[in-house]
Design a protein around this ligand. Sequence first.
Ligand code: 2IO
Length: 420
Amino acid sequence: MSNLIEFDVQCADFQRDPYTMYARLHRDDAVLIDPRFGAYFIGGYADVHRILTSPGFTTEPLAKRAEPVMGDRVLAQMKGPEHDAKRKAVLSGLTGRLFRERYGPMIQRISEDLLAPRLALGQLDLVNQFGKEYGVLVTLGVLGLPTDRYKELATWHVGVVDFVTSLSMSDEERRFSLECSRNLIDYLTPIVSHCLATPDEGLISMLCKAAPDGQQMSVSEVVALVLNVLLAATEPADKTLALLFKHLLDNPAQFERVKANRELLGAAIDETLRLTSPVQLIPRQTEVDMQLSGIDIPKGSVIFCLIGAANRDPAVFNSPDTFQIDRQKSSGHLPLGKIAHHLAFGAGMHVCVGAAFSLLQIELTANLLLDKLNDIRFAPGFVYREQGLYTRGPSALCIEFSATGASTPEIVEVTEVAVL
Ligand code: 2IO
């Protein structure tokens, strides 16, 4: 039986470094409870896998966390024929035989355009001078939305994400998030109405036809789906890219191998997602009284799956705190002979619909960066920090490099300087 251990999810130590707590959780075989916050936190791989794949665990927490800022329900709140039909619509836009051809050139162009003015400088903050804008622009491209107001959209997106992912909010922060949500919904409503009336080939029009029985969908239903894609695709993008480069820079021998053999990039991205999962928390609620690892959990309890902990469970992953791109060959096995896979995209009926797309996106951009930037290293004096508990990533990643084919510094207009 596990030990039930009280902890404070909002304490500064945990915010700074959740991974020490995760290691302790595994060592002491613990289920965590934050009585003040009123939730359980579960980090064992088998428990998390069970929570995500078995009946008895609902997505009810999203009614409070997501619905107020999304304007209607998101995919993860649905089930049955409605869930199947809408999920299929999103999935068919984000996967399929031709998705590399459809989205590849767009991702490539956005990455090149953002990188161009930075090349000659020989330095770049991969989060704040590339990744954040890149995340928003690629998502807008996928949704077929115009990019002229992307800076405003990026600000509103942050406000909405804060609401979904925060563990505590001041009244003022809440007001700001709701205002951002209102602005985003007001922006999307006429666009969605137009797609409902005169559908085109784009993803939004595909979502407009996603009702299970051929019924007409309401504007707010489609807007919520669009917001769902917007948030889920944008929020983890800069984090995953920066985390990948952080691990490669920390592991020079593996970095050399990846540079020489780009086919290893997929394994490096996968290992990045396991070791430092950009989405660290997935909330659920228990539908019945139950036991998890021998601990009684009453009906109606809010449970957070600690994805970052499950992905470092030593019962499943050997030397779980190390970055090993060859891991797949050496990692542990689950019962029934299944090979253990990380849970960074979740599992079960709500497993991430954008997984394949996001892997394509990171792979294309990482390849481009490796092509254009030579001799990548951390900038002198750069101090690495991560932020966020729900979604987590580097607050900055300042690198230096020499560029291949860069234009001369004189003709480059630079407005911001990397903050070290
Ligand atoms: C967008 C938290 C970025 C999802 C969410 C309201 C629903 C859902 C998730 C992920 C990542 C986001 N939850 N994606 O945790 O679609």
